[in-house]
Design a binder for this molecule. Structure first.
Ligand SMILES: *Cc1c(COP(=O)(O)O)cnc(C)c1O
Length: 378
């Protein structure tokens, strides 16, 4: 099956008993057993729930993996993956990863002796030089937030294989519609499904897909032991969201390409970051490993005073955290998502106070351009 068909016919596309084309929400925690030790595959919903399983099967097929897992948030998914590691293990990680990922490594898992080394994963020499006897994994996010740095997944996976460690990819920004890390050699793919996969700003969820039976057993053990599972209602919402992922991603991508190119020509705009632009540092790698460039754009304004005025004048584009939804959302990383990082550190990462991040929605692009134009002009 081709991808758009799989989005609709993958997983458990209908209820076996009734034929219902919307998979039932099994709002149940426990299941009547036929006899002691004789059950029908379900005992308790932390271990397995049919609706969650339908979603897990679907994401597994979309990412071309061995088994999928659904969690209560992207952070729950990431935390559960980190629990694969032991005291003393080192993980190399993209230096400007999602703030929550940085925080969970720095403030939580450090206490348990799991060491994260934040490095520039776009530079393969830097990565290879950082590998030592304790390194167990390379954790990459590509493209990153908010500067959209691109890491070569295939090359990182090759390095991992050479040193017998694993590659983990946070694929939130691209989704399997544009980028399938397991096919490029990665071992684990993670999603904040809260973003594009859900797509409607109404469900918080995380997904993980692994590429081997061994990792599948370990992940299931962690999922069942720790219990940060996704509920059946939210699992259903996500299955519903995923059905339209293809047409949404195409539109996000088309709108973003047009806006990025157009923004470059505006007088008050200094720099535009979008991996679809030819001059973007990661453009060639993106072309190699993705079938689109996605809907995330960042840009800098000339001066700091302009930023607040600009934001306050927008009418169609909402000021909000999060991304990947049908509606366009804008944020100021220095004051919002990256506010917890000291200014000096932020500047080192290239996140200026004048930087604006735009999650381009699927509205009519003319309305988005007009909104930006009017907010900048006055
Ligand atoms: C939002 C996000 C997360 C965290 O996911 P939640 O669902 O908010 O817990 C992780 N990685 C990336 C890239 C994200 O954008």
């Amino acid at each position: 099956m081709k991808f758009n068909t799989l989005l609709i016919h993958g997983g458990k596309p209908f209820d076996e008993r009734t034929g219902a084309l919307s998979y039932p929400i099994y709002q149940a925690t426990t299941y009547r057993q036929d006899g002691i030790g004789k059950h029908r595959g379900y005992e308790y919903s932390r271990t397995a729930n049919p609706t969650r399983e339908a979603l897990e099967k679907l994401i597994c097929e979309l990412e071309a993996g061995v088994r999928g897992f659904a969690f209560s948030s992207g952070m729950a998914a990431i935390s559960s993956v980190i629990m694969l590691f032991n005291y003393g293990d080192e993980i190399l990680i993209t230096k400007n990863v999602y703030g929550g990922t940085f925080r969970v490594f720095d403030k939580i898992f450090k206490k348990f002796g799991i060491i994260a080394k934040f490095i520039d994963t776009t530079d393969l020499d830097v990565v290879e030089n950082a590998i030592n006897n304790n390194t167990r994994a390379i954790f990459i996010e590509t493209p990153t937030n908010p500067l959209l740095d691109v890491t070569d997944i295939k090359e990182i996976a090759k390095l991992s294989k050479k040193y017998e460690i694993i590659t983990v990819v946070d694929n939130t920004f691209m989704t399997p519609f544009f980028q399938r890390p397991l096919e490029l050699g990665a071992d684990i793919v993670i999603h904040s499904a809260t973003k594009y996969l859900g797509g409607h700003s109404d469900v918080l969820a995380g997904l993980v897909v692994v590429n081997s039976k061994e990792l599948a057993e370990k992940m299931h053990f962690i999922q069942n032991s720790v219990g940060a599972v996704l509920g059946p209602q939210d699992s259903w919402l996500l299955i519903r969201g995923i059905k339209t992922l293809g047409i949404r991603m195409e539109r996000h991508d088309r709108n973003a390409r047009e806006i990025a190119e157009w923004l470059k020509g505006l007088p008050k705009v200094r720099k535009v970051y979008y991996p679809g632009l030819k001059e973007h540092k990661g453009h060639e790698v993106m072309k190699k490993q993705c079938s689109g460039f996605g809907g995330m754009i960042s840009f800098e304004l000339d001066d700091k005073d302009e930023v607040e005025k600009f934001i306050s004048r927008l009418r169609v584009i909402y000021l909000a955290e999060s991304l990947g939804a049908v509606e366009s959302l804008i944020s100021i990383p220095a004051q919002m998502t990256h506010a917890s990082i000291p200014q000096e550190e932020r500047l080192k990462l290239g996140i200026k106070d004048t930087l604006i991040r735009l999650s381009v929605g699927i509205e009519d692009v003319e309305d988005l351009k007009e909104d930006i134009f009017n907010a900048l002009r006055r």
